[in-house]
Design a protein around this ligand. Structure first.
Ligand code: HEM
Length: 426
């Protein structure tokens, strides 16, 4: 958040204690036990002004579902009141050309068209092929740990997986990996409204370089189509069959996959490993089948309650929303996770129960912007948990991991040390 922003309270609720004394996602208290703060925020009403971030927070599920479904708020970062000015077309750099000019985010009609015409690229067949391609990489990663007595799950496993999955999903050959790696690590910072302009600019530079590389990868694939069955081949086919879909749309989509698939995977990996190490009786029912695991995934993320920010939208005009006067350009954060430790919604909320029933299950969003990578994310986590607990059936936590307060979006760990149960002889 910009430092010059002065907290005011357009909702006029000055008589209540300031909301930041009840809800502060950057505090250690929140990192250790977010549930009570989330409940306190939701009790304030359906749309709460949050001064420290100069934004509204939408707290209740029916309203969030409706907003997801009808898309009456904008997803375009440049509609935010504190965004830098929208760059004009003649000054666009590569990053802006990909994300302003052909944005998946900016224009709901364009977004729906792109999702529709690219749907064959997400067909069961393509996704199954991609899933098969990541299996050997994941097995190799864990094979490298055989014989270790202890390791850090984050450094030695979790940090590698988003990159492996996304590059395999897209079909970026291994030789380009070193050059593109930095972008995968910092891409979500390119439009994060809560960090400094300098940090956003640095992340954009990384992305500009990555876009040049993506063009090389695409040219390579056009010259040597081979029999690849990845996302890039599927998108090149879509491009050949649809005049309204061009090379920049392909680049934009790949960047969207990097942006949406990297941090989410890293966070899910560490919380899943932590949750199962703490509650080993839940491992077997979770891994019973990919379908059982899909439910277990939602339960692990509910139990973790690791979200700090939720999903950003921006008011396209002055409007009355849920009893409040919202001004054009103000940010509205949808926070579906506020209910996750509320006993009104989940009985015995602090218990991890992988058979818990979710209705609706919104881990991957809802409506027109439902997660493109849901199937990949589930399969990748399933494979890695299966590898972890098959190779190391006696794995246990070395110590309670320390929370890392640096992450802008989620509660994460500084490290996650695992004792393998091996004696150390290879
Ligand atoms: C733990 C893993 C993941 C979770 C929990 C997750 C969750 C979500 C959610 C909630 C949304 C909707 C966001 C909104 O409404 O603003 C979303 C969108 C999206 N996700 Fe995921 N995701 C995960 C992994 C992935 C992966 C691995 C990829 C791709 C490789 C991916 C690609 C996308 C894309 C491209 C969108 C935007 C879709 C659109 O706007 O049409 N996600 N995800």
């Amino acid at each position: 958040m910009t430092s010059q922003a002065k907290p005011t309270d357009p909702s006029g609720e000055q008589t209540l204690p300031p909301i930041e004394t009840l809800f502060n996602p950057n505090s250690l208290d929140y990192a250790n036990n977010p549930g009570p703060q989330c409940i306190a925020l939701a009790e304030r009403g359906p749309l709460v002004w949050y001064g420290p971030w100069m934004c509204w927070i939408m707290t209740r599920m029916p309203d969030i579902m409706d907003c997801w479904k009808r898309e009456y708020l904008s997803s375009d970062f440049y509609d935010w009141e504190f965004a830098p000015p929208r760059p004009t077309e003649e000054n666009w750099n590569n990053f802006e050309k990909a994300l302003v000019g052909h944005s998946l985010l900016a224009d709901p009609d364009h977004h729906r068209l792109i999702r529709k015409i690219t749907s064959p690229a997400f067909s069961r067949n393509v996704v199954d092929n991609i899933n098969r391609r990541i299996e050997p990489d994941i097995a190799k990663l864990f094979a490298g740990l055989e014989g270790e007595t202890e390791f850090d799950y984050i450094e030695q496993v979790a940090k590698h997986l988003p990159f492996i999955s996304i590059t395999r999903m897209v079909g970026i050959p291994d030789r380009y990996w070193p050059q593109i790696k930095q972008t995968v690590l910092t891409f979500t910072e390119t439009w994060n409204p809560t960090i400094s302009e300098e940090r956003r600019a640095k992340a954009q530079e990384d992305s500009n370089r990555a876009i040049d590389i993506l063009f090389e990868v695409i040219a390579d694939r056009r010259a040597n189509p081979g029999d690849e069955d990845d996302f890039l081949s599927a998108l090149l086919k879509v491009e050949a069959e649809n005049p309204e879909f061009d090379e920049w749309d392909i680049v934009t989509l790949i960047l969207a996959l990097i942006g949406a698939g990297a941090d989410t995977t890293l966070v899910a990996q560490q919380w899943a490993a932590y949750a199962f190490l703490k509650f080993p009786d839940q491992i077997e029912p979770a891994l019973a089948s990919p379908e059982a695991f899909s439910n277990a995934f939602s339960e692990v993320m509910r139990w973790a309650g690791n979200s700090k920010m939720g999903f950003a939208r921006y008011a396209p005009d002055d409007m009355e929303l849920l009893g409040q006067q919202v001004k054009k350009g103000q940010m509205v954060l949808m926070m579906p996770h506020l209910k996750d430790h509320d006993p009104q919604f989940f009985a015995d909320p602090d218990k991890l129960d992988v058979k818990r029933h979710f209705d609706p299950d919104v881990l991957f969003g809802y409506g027109p912007r439902y997660c493109i990578g849901a199937a990949l994310a589930k399969h990748q986590l399933y494979l890695s948990m299966r590898e972890l607990f098959t190779r190391f059936p006696n794995a246990e936590l070395v110590e309670e991991p320390e929370r890392d307060l640096e992450d802008h979006n989620s509660i994460t760990f500084k490290s996650l040390r695992v004792r393998t149960g091996h004696t150390g002889t290879r």
